[in-house]
Design a protein around this ligand. Structure first.
Ligand SMILES: [Zn+2]
Length: 175
C-alpha cells in the first residue's frame, strides 16, 4: 500500500517534470516567434517612414500629389517650422544664435560660427535685452530653469575644446 503510494508519487513527479519541460520549451518558442514579429514590424515601420520621406521630398519639389498626401505634407512642413521656432527660443534663452549657414548653435559673443566659420550677424537688440536681466535671476538655484542652461564661457575663442564641447552638448540633446 505504502509502496504503491510512493511509486505513484514518484511517477507524478516525473510526469510533472516532463510537462514543465514541454511548457518551458513552448514558452521559449513563442518568445522566439514574438521576437521575429517584432523585428518584422520594426522593418515595416522603417519602410513606411522611408515611403513617407520619399513622398515628402516629391511634394517639396512641387510635384502634383494626391490631395490627402499633400495635406499630410503640409502638416509636416508646419511642424518643422514649429520645431525651428522652438529651437530658436531655446537658443535665445541660452544666449546663442543659430548660424545662418549651417544651423549650428553659436554663442552670441562669437563673431564667427564655430562649426563652419561663417561671420555671424550682429544682434544688438538681443544684447540689450540680456543686459537688462538682473544677475540674481540667473544665479537663483530655485528657478525653474536648470543651472546647466546658464553655464557661460567668459570668453569665446574658437578652440578644439570649445568645438568639442559644443558637439558633445548637441549629441546629448539629441540622445
Ligand atoms: Zn555655421
Amino acid at each position: 500500500m505504502l509502496q504503491e503510494l510512493l511509486e505513484n508519487v514518484g511517477k507524478n513527479i516525473s510526469e510533472t517534470a516532463e510537462t514543465l519541460g514541454k511548457r518551458t520549451e513552448r514558452v521559449v518558442e513563442i518568445q522566439k516567434l514574438k521576437n521575429q514579429i517584432r523585428t518584422a514590424n520594426r522593418e515595416i515601420a522603417q519602410n513606411y517612414e522611408e515611403l513617407g520621406e520619399m513622398l515628402y521630398r516629391k511634394y517639396q519639389t512641387g510635384e502634383t500629389m494626391d490631395p490627402q498626401i499633400t495635406a499630410i505634407c503640409e502638416d509636416i512642413t508646419e511642424l518643422k517650422a514649429e520645431i525651428a521656432s522652438y529651437k530658436d527660443e531655446i537658443s535665445k534663452y541660452r544666449g546663442e544664435s543659430v548660424c545662418p549657414e549651417c544651423g549650428a548653435a553659436v554663442p552670441d559673443e562669437a563673431a564667427f560660427c564655430m562649426k563652419c566659420g561663417t561671420r555671424m550677424p550682429v544682434r544688438e537688440a538681443d544684447f540689450d535685452e540680456e543686459d537688462a536681466v538682473p544677475d540674481e535671476v540667473a544665479g537663483d538655484g530655485e528657478d525653474m530653469v536648470s543651472e546647466a542652461d546658464f553655464v557661460e564661457e567668459p570668453e569665446v575663442t574658437v578652440t578644439a575644446d570649445a568645438k568639442e564641447a559644443a558637439e558633445t552638448e548637441k549629441t546629448t540633446e539629441e540622445a
